[in-house]
Design a protein around this ligand. Structure first.
Ligand SMILES: Cc1cc2nc3c(=O)[nH]c(=O)nc-3n(C[C@H](O)[C@H](O)[C@H](O)COP(=O)(O)OP(=O)(O)OC[C@H]3O[C@@H](n4cnc5c(N)ncnc54)[C@H](O)[C@@H]3O)c2cc1C
Length: 407
């Protein structure tokens, strides 16, 4: 089977690897240098715990509160793109228990499968010490307890951290008063994961083409530096992240996905860095100790997909916020700020499945993974392989399909 994958981020690359290993002839088309994309500089948390869709009760209130805060976690850029108000209102309407009930089982299944697949790939360096959610200031213990209870009701494996263990973890300041451990969560370097998936794809015969896919109604048409090329395809997989709606438009499909920009910075390694991935809950900052330094990342700013602007004061603000909970070097020099755009779906769950046939060949989508694309990539590729080969999928997995857009 000839398969064209549009987009070589972690989702497209993982799908390519799994399908090529299954025996398909796979071509990945990517517009740019995907290794500099969203899938590379992110926090690298494999959050099996994040099986509650992003559109959930409480999100509207916390989003509005954040909008009113300088440097809040959620923001609107000054060029949010056309249709953003409708998207935001649609998102707000979906922040319900019913939305959680619809998508939680599928997200849980794909996330758990992802972690299993990553752990069984002996070539990956994975931090298996669990992810700590860290709380600072007054009322930290109560908030930690509440969060643990909330997680446990959704089947997440949580371990309480006592005072002795908290103080034994390097790199935390005295402002940290409580933590809980999400025991099944993992940490990794997302760039190394992407390289590993690309290597697996290439080893299995997948090839990469540089160009922009402009149309998928007939054979996929790719604009390359040498002119337009059409590719043979028995099936197409659309995995173009935040740019997916632009490609879907050639099929008259309206994919309700917005770009949600975030920042990261990787500080030089010190002897006192934390030993495990963390979420600083009160600073809304993700932390990951990588082999080349300590990565901090934050912010969820609705914008246009091509917005790569790094607002300069955001990086010192990000480091200063993290410093409340972490012992960081006083004035880290020569840090390279990074920004990327998450593909954020209107109901907080990805679209993984087949679109209604509108063109010459079947088109599948694997996009809209928002905050959890790295975590879901291997499980998404596994599910996509079963979909393409018309094998069994569960009801919970089927609910992640794009048919919900056409109901
Ligand atoms: C600050 C930050 C922190 C994050 N932390 C985490 C985390 O800890 N854990 C986690 O799981 N996730 C995290 N994420 C989310 C994660 O990075 C994304 O969900 C994931 O990278 C999305 O992958 P993707 O392959 O769908 O998209 P992308 O990586 O954006 O890839 C899409 C690709 O499609 C290509 N493309 C676009 N249009 C076309 C076209 N017309 N033709 C050909 N190619 C095209 C682009 O060049 C791009 O390479 C974070 C994101 C950010 C911004």
């Amino acid at each position: 089977m000839n398969i064209v994958v549009i987009g070589g981020g972690i989702i497209g690359t993982s799908c390519a690897a799994f399908l090529a290993e299954r025996g398909a002839t796979v071509t990945v088309v990517d517009a740019d240098k995907p290794r500099f994309g969203t899938s590379i500089g992110n926090a690298g948390h494999v959050v099996v715990s994040h099986s509650i869709p992003f559109a959930a009760p409480g999100m509207v209130k916390s989003g509005l509160r954040s909008l009113l805060t300088q440097d809040g976690a959620f923001a609107l850029s000054n060029r949010p793109g056309q249709g953003t108000l409708d998207w935001l209102m649609g998102f707000a309407r979906r922040c319900t228990e019913a939305n959680v009930a619809t998508f939680h089982p599928g997200l849980e299944a794909v996330l758990k499968r992802s972690a299993e697949l990553l752990l069984s790939d002996g070539a990956l360096d994975i931090n298996t010490r669990g992810l700590w959610q860290v709380f600072t200031g007054a009322g930290a213990s109560e908030r930690a307890e509440r969060e643990a209870g909330h997680m446990r009701t959704h089947g997440v494996s949580v371990r309480d951290i006592d005072e002795a263990e908290l103080r034994a973890e390097p790199g935390l300041t005295d402002n940290v008063n409580a933590a809980i451990e999400l025991t099944d969560d993992l940490g990794l370097d997302p760039a190394l994961l992407w390289m590993r998936m690309r290597q697996r794809g290439e080893d299995a015969g997948a090839r990469w083409v540089t160009g922009v896919v402009t149309d998928v109604r007939s054979s996929p048409t790719v604009r390359t530096a040498d002119g337009d090329v059409t590719l043979d395809a028995d099936a197409v997989i659309l995995a173009a992240g935040a740019w997916s709606p632009a490609v879907a438009r050639s099929l008259d499909v309206d994919l309700p996905i917005r770009a949600a920009k975030g920042y990261s910075v990787t500080l030089p390694r010190t002897d006192t860095a934390p030993t495990r991935p963390m979420l600083l809950m009160d600073q809304r900052t993700a932390v990951n100790p990588l082999s080349d330094g300590l990565r901090l990342s934050a912010r969820y700013e609705i914008t246009t997909p091509d917005d790569r602007d790094i607002v300069q004061h955001r990086i010192p603000a990000l480091i200063d916020r993290a410093r409340i909970a972490l012992d960081l070097p006083t004035a880290p020099e020569s840090v390279q700020p990074w920004t990327g755009v998450r593909p954020a779906s209107i109901d907080g769950a990805p679209y993984i499945g087949r679109l209604p046939q509108r063109g010459a060949q079947p088109v599948f989508v694997a996009t809209g993974h928002g905050m959890i694309g790295t975590a879901m990539a291997a499980g998404t590729a596994d599910l996509m392989t079963r979909l393409v080969y018309a094998e069994q999928i569960s009801d919970a997995e089927a609910r992640l399909g794009p048919q919900r857009l056409f109901a």
